[in-house]
Design a protein around this ligand. Structure first.
Ligand code: ASP
Length: 595
């Protein structure tokens, strides 16, 4: 029988108000809770908009009352009745002034006792919740997140549409051209022994769309990266991908800023002042020890080379003589929080990320001082350090020296973040955006002992470095930019190379022979022979943006069906073993399986 015959929903549960009193309505949803008071039964009915109270009393027909009596949590019900004012009002919910006096009730679906309660801030282990993700998603906090995600993508499409962008779907099955992360591979049955890759980003297709003359492209694009397990990464994620022709960096940044302003205003009602601040990569590293600095707090790095270069402390002087540096940060009013024991923990931490040790001064409120290196310095030298550190009683000075300047900067950057957390000085209600520009083109990869592209090989070098690409590789800067929000990289992009000869030079500098480069990217360099407009763009990490906007702790809170850290999905248990028949068709024999 069709449960729904003759009954159509008229209202969502959460929308009813006192002004609806007297109206006959039909609502549908899930039983949040049933309370049996003998002659009276109440059911809280929940749908994606909220909860409404259904009331069953002596005026109900027996059949209706009996159904209400046997209803259990998470049963799916449809109810027809009249809205009336409640005698005992509930101020905690928007529908708390009314209830529905039910005349007709249909049980549309029964439910076993759910493995956890469908409530906000459910404390059940996340793995259990992810196994039953469809139940987890019924919880009001996740419902809210996913619905806001919809709103954000809607505003996104509107904004880019209004600015002349057209959405183009680029393929999911593409040629494997590994650069950056590892590709997910898909075997081809029709061409045994060959593979497609899932896109790490639509990079080359969006550039080819510019060659094709579409002028402004955007896509809310799924991207796949087979990276090793790292905290809060998803092997598939969504990027707001865009590309524009006949533009320079300023044009692309202006579109990015306009987008941020629009989405924060439309979705959160928050005004983001523009233009957004900018820092060059070099300044970001020198001031914050990070290319994605969190600027919601100060504690900037300072250089102590001049101050300590002749002092008696070998760790400092040898770092400087070895071509490195000595730099510090000053944690204000931190002496109570950063006890000796805490400093020992921080020392462990910095050793774990490449530093040899941590030099420190604890400047007590009474003016006395304890320090790991004071005994090697004269009083004047120590005073000079404190002056440079702008240290006052109550402050703690933390110093790193190393023969590798990059180690000093990155370790101090990490230390700055950690100390800020411990001191609890990071304001929670701020959205600090920042463009980081003038990235180095090349990055030295310690593992492979060679230069790789810091952004990607299609990024244009800055004009002033074109003549020294080969002779001074380490210092070449790129027309590349990142957008950072509260210390998280939200977006990266660049102006692209469109000159086939320059592209060839860049490939060569990245260690690709002409043949290798042609085999991998020939389709792109060929396309550039037929009239390529200057173009540039960016990719904005949608999941991360939403997570930041909603103040969530994890990407899993803003993705409907996420993977867990080991890249599996607990609900469907993928990845999974496949039939030998399927493998045979693909011509694949396994020589490695999971234990
Ligand atoms: N494809 C780049 C990325 O995924 C973004 C861009 O350069 O547009 O990071």
């Amino acid at each position: 029988m069709d449960f729904m015959t003759g009954l159509k929903r008229t209202d969502y549960c959460g929308d009813l108000r006192l002004s609806d009193a007297g109206k006959e309505v039909v609502v549908a949803g899930w039983v949040q809770r049933q309370r049996d008071l003998g002659a009276l039964i109440f059911i809280d009915l929940r749908d994606r908009t909220g909860i409404v109270q259904l009331a069953f009393d002596e005026e109900c027909e027996k059949e209706v009352f009996d159904k209400a009596f046997s209803a259990r949590s998470e049963f799916v019900l449809m109810a027809r009745g009249v809205v009336r004012e409640r005698s005992a009002k509930n101020k905690d919910i928007p529908t708390g002034e009314i209830e529905i006096a039910v005349k007709e009730l249909r049980v549309l679906g029964k439910s076993e006792t759910p493995p956890f309660e469908i409530v906000e801030n459910c404390q059940t282990a996340e793995l259990t919740r992810l196994k039953y993700r469809y139940l987890d998603l019924r919880r009001p906090d996740l419902q809210k997140n996913i619905m806001l995600r919809h709103k954000i993508t809607k505003v996104t499409r509107d904004y880019f549409d209004e600015n002349g962008f057209i959405e183009i779907e680029t393929p999911m099955l593409i040629k494997s051209t590994p650069e950056g992360a590892r590709d997910f591979l898909v075997p081809s049955r029709i061409h045994p022994g060959t593979f497609y890759a899932l896109p790490q980003s639509p990079q080359l297709y969006k550039q080819l769309s510019m060659v094709a003359g579409f002028d402004r492209y955007m896509q809310i694009a799924r991207c796949f990266r087979d990276e090793d397990l790292r905290a809060d990464r998803q092997p598939e994620f969504t990027q707001i991908d865009l590309e524009m022709s006949f533009v320079d960096m300023e044009d692309v940044l202006a579109i990015g800023e306009g987008y941020v302003k629009r989405v924060f205003s439309d979705v959160l009602g928050v005004d983001i002042p523009t233009p957004l601040p900018r820092l060059t990569y070099e300044d970001a590293m020198n001031r914050y020890g990070s290319d994605k600095p969190d600027t919601r707090f100060g504690m900037e790095l300072y250089d102590l080379n001049e101050t300590v270069k002749n002092c008696g402390f070998g760790v400092f002087t040898s770092a400087i003589e070895g071509g490195g540096s000595v730099r510090g940060i000053t944690a204000k009013n931190a002496v109570k929080t950063l006890t000796r024991k805490e400093i020992d923990k921080l020392t462990e931490m910095v050793r774990g990320i490449g530093a040899k040790g941590l030099a420190w001064v604890r400047y007590n409120e009474d003016g006395t001082m304890a320090s790991s290196f004071a005994k090697f310095l004269t009083e004047d030298e120590m005073n000079a350090v404190l002056a440079k550190a702008d240290a006052k009683p109550g402050d703690v000075v933390l110093i790193i020296g190393d023969t590798k300047n990059s180690t000093v900067l990155s370790v101090l950057g990490a230390l700055r973040g950690e100390v800020a957390k411990r001191l609890d000085i990071i304001p929670k209600d701020k959205y600090n955006f920042l463009w980081v520009t003038e990235f180095p083109f090349f990055d030295w990869d310690e593992d492979t002992q060679q230069f790789v592209a810091m952004h990607h090989p299609f990024t244009s070098p800055m004009d002033e470095y074109i003549d020294t690409l080969e002779s001074d590789k380490a210092n070449v800067k790129a027309k590349a930019y990142d957008l950072v929000l509260n210390g998280v990289e939200l977006c990266s992009g660049s102006i692209r190379i469109t000159n086939p000869d320059l592209q060839k030079r860049m490939f060569a500098l990245l260690g690709l022979s002409d043949e290798e480069a042609y085999a991998k990217f020939g389709f792109l360099t060929d396309a550039f022979k037929y009239g390529a407009p200057p173009h540039g763009g960016m990719g904005i990490g949608l999941d991360r943006l939403i997570m930041q906007m909603l103040g969530c702790e994890s990407l899993r809170d803003v993705i409907a069906f996420p993977k867990v850290q080991n890249a599996s999905e607990p609900m469907t248990e993928c990845p999974s073993v496949v039939d030998t028949v399927q493998l045979d068709e693909l011509g694949i024999a396994l020589n490695k399986t999971e234990e």
